[in-house]
Structure formats: C-alpha cells, structure tokens
Unconditional design. Structure first.
Length: 431
C-alpha cells in the first residue's frame, strides 16, 4: 500500500511539474519575439541597448509615419532589430544613438516597441506606443463577391456607386450619411455597369442630376427608382468612359476613338480630335495655383499610356497645344491608368492596375505609391469625401479581389484613407 502511495505521489509531482512547464511556455511565448532572440544572441559582450525617447510622441500613423527611436548602445543595420509587438519594422537608418523605422501597418493602442541588438546580452526594456489607423472602413455592408465602382457624392453627403455581383451589373446603390444602403436605380437586364457617375447641379437642376457613362455611345441621366433609358441623354459617336465638369457647367467627356467631347446643359456638343488608338479611362478638370484651368485625360492615346493636359481658355481647348503631363508608360510599363483626381495643392492621384494601386505625382513630377502596404490592389474607383475633415479630407476608394482572395479573406468594403490634404474642387457640386 505504501509503495502505491509513493508511486501516486511521484506521478502527482510529475504531473504538476509538466503543468507548470506548459503554463510557463504558454505565457512565455505569446507574441513577444525577444526571448528567442535573447537565447540566440545572449552573452555576446556588447552593452545592452537603451531607449530614452520615441518620436512622434505617444503615437504615429500605421503604415505611414517614420518613427525615430533615440537612446544609446545601438549597433548597425546588420545587428539591429525593432519590433512593434511581434511585427518587425522596416529599418530606415541606424546609428549608435538613433534608429529610424517605418511604422508597420498594425494599428493598436498599446503596442510594445522592443529594440534588439543581436550582439548584446538583453534587449531594451519595452516601451508602450500607439499606432493609429491611416485607413478606415467607410462602409462595410457589402458581401463577397460584390464590387463597388464609379463612386461619387452628392451635395448633402450621400454616396452613390455602381454595384456588380459576380461580374454582372446590379444597379446604382446609395449610401446615406447614416451609412444605410438603398437601391437608387434598379438593374436593367443585360446592361453594362457604369464606368463613371457624377452628380451635377446648376443648369442641370437645383436638386441635382446623376449622370453616368458606361463605355457606350453617350451619357445617361439616372433617376431615383427608374431604370436607365435605352436612349442616352446625349448621344456621342464614340464610346465614353469618363467625364468631369468645369466651373462653367460644361461636361468634358472622353473614351475611345481619340475624341474629347464638350457637352453643355442644353445638350449641344463640340468634338475635339486629340489622337488615335485611344482608350481614355480618366478625365479631370483642375485649376492650378495661377488660376489656369486645365483638362486632364489619362489612359492610352496614340498607343502610349500617360496623362495629358489642355488649357481651357474661353471654354475651349486646343488639341495641338497638348502637354504630356506624366509619362506613365515610362515609369509603369505594361500598366494602365484607371482613375484620376487631385488634391487642392496640385498633387495628382492616379488609380492604376499596378500593385501600388494608387500613385501620386506632385507638382514637380515626383511620383511615388500612395501609402504602400496600406492601399492594396485591385483599384476600382476613388473620390474625395468632403464631409470628414478630421485630418484634411479622406480619399474614399474601392477595390476588387485579386488572385488568391476569396470570401474567406476578402471583404469588398468601401475604404477611406487620410491624406492630410484638401481635395481639389469637383465643380459639378459647386454649380
């Protein structure tokens, strides 16, 4: 009997020891990468790193800001690692007293920053820090495989978009200021999805009129609760993909066939031949800081992908005086322009089929991806949200799933990204 008790006690002790070991391993692992690094590099002899301050103070914007860590006993880029919780941050520069990293796109209120020098005995004590969202959900009420394209606002903050389900057009939807979605215009069987939608006011009606293009001949009026008419509001002899409105209420439209159209509210139409072998996907009117009014078109023209601009003088353009504003093909060979807009300071935003999704071009023609690692492909549409001015204006945009994304890992919601800028005016809302 005594032997059985001894065996029982020994087994009990063994069980408690294994339980203690399992609990220790569970709480020791978590999301902290440092113990593994400590075990691998400990006792290598160099002084332990010390963190004295982090800027910006308290928080940075995830995926956007540079975070500067000041202190002592840092090493070089080959022997220095910085973790935001369990995510390694990309190093920008390292010196013995300062480390600069790109804030990873992992928003959180209490993230532990740890500096590891692989030749030291221990990592620096963790510092609690915040990363704020630079990208937010504007509207999350869509389900896979819905897609929202051709998004636009009216004067009162309602958003409209062309809905597709399984690649088929499913009508124009409206999202009100309370983020409730309703059908604005029903689906017409066999119809194409809209490639552009814009509200216009002034001579088009005090209550506003929704106008659409759909890679077809002409522009259509779209009315609440009504099917689109078979005949367009105004007929063109070449297909139209996109359009914009100038301060004089002229609609400027372009698409295929190398033609730009100027359309007045009385439906009178002027044609300008700007090239051949063309497929223009983006049209934008923008007034420069010197008050020069320009028409910009983006897409393929004369077999080249780029953005061209024309001065609008006395409500006319002169095609022979065009300017290749940005040679897209030279910088993104094999890729296409899908959208175009401007911030108020003249920075151009280009929606593309590139992995960068959105590219910015400043007034000096310097270009770069917009929020790389945050803004993901596949680009569909964007528009400035004039109603959320928390940090300048948000750029509301939509994207579609890319290869490998499905209902398990892709949510086709409308997103918004803080730009810390003001959007350039869309004159259709100011008439």
């Amino acid at each position: 009997m005594k032997m059985k008790n001894n065996i029982y006690i020994k087994n009990r002790i063994k069980y408690l020891f294994m339980l203690f070991l399992a609990v220790s391993m569970y709480y020791g692992c978590g999301k902290d990468p440092a113990p593994v690094l400590y075990d691998e590099y400990k006792n290598n002899g160099t002084p332990d790193p010390v963190v004295t301050s982090i800027t910006p103070k308290d928080y940075a914007f995830a995926g956007l800001d540079t975070v500067t860590i000041s202190g002592s006993n840092f090493s070089d880029s080959a022997h220095t690692l910085v973790y935001f919780d369990n995510v390694e941050a990309p190093l920008i520069s390292v010196s013995p007293t300062q480390i600069k990293v790109k804030a990873p796109n992992t928003p959180g209120d209490a993230i532990s920053i740890r500096v590891v020098v692989t030749t030291a005995s221990a990592y620096a004590p963790p510092v609690s820090y915040g990363l704020r969202e630079i990208q937010k959900t504007f509207f999350g009420g869509l389900t896979f495989p819905d897609a929202a394209s051709s998004i636009t606002f009216d004067k009162t903050g309602n958003l409209y978009f062309s809905m597709t389900v399984n690649g088929s057009y499913n009508g124009v939807m409206k999202i009100d200021a309370n983020k409730a979605m309703t059908e604005y215009s029903p689906r017409k069987a066999g119809d194409k999805p809209w490639t552009a939608l814009k509200f216009v006011y002034g001579p088009y009606g005090a209550a506003g009129q929704l106008i659409g293009a759909k890679n077809n001949l002409g522009l259509w009026q779209i009315n609440l609760g009504q099917l689109p008419t078979a005949a367009p509001w105004v007929l063109t002899d070449k297909k139209v993909n996109d359009f914009d409105v100038d301060p004089d209420a002229n609609i400027w439209a372009a698409g295929e066939g190398g033609i730009v159209y100027k359309i007045k509210s009385d439906k009178s139409l002027t044609k300008y031949t700007v090239g051949t072998a063309s497929k223009i996907n983006a049209v934008r009117v923008f007034k420069a800081s010197d008050n020069t009014l320009y028409l910009y078109i983006g897409g393929t023209k004369d077999g080249k992908e780029g953005v061209w601009r024309y001065r609008i003088v006395n409500q006319e353009i002169t095609p022979s005086s065009e300017e290749l504003y940005f040679d897209f093909a030279a910088n993104y060979p094999g890729k296409y322009i899908l959208g175009l807009t401007f911030s108020n300071d003249g920075e151009m935003y280009i929606g593309t089929d590139d992995a960068s999704a959105i590219v910015t071009v400043d007034a000096s023609k310097n270009f770069k991806p917009f929020l790389p690692g945050v803004i993901l492909p596949k680009f569909l549409s964007f528009v400035w949200d004039s109603y959320d001015k928390t940090n300048g204006l948000d750029l509301v945009y939509s994207r579609a799933a890319v290869a490998g994304e499905d209902a398990k890992n892709f949510n086709p919601k409308l997103l918004s990204a803080m730009t810390f800028k003001q959007g350039a005016p869309y004159y259709g809302l100011e008439l």
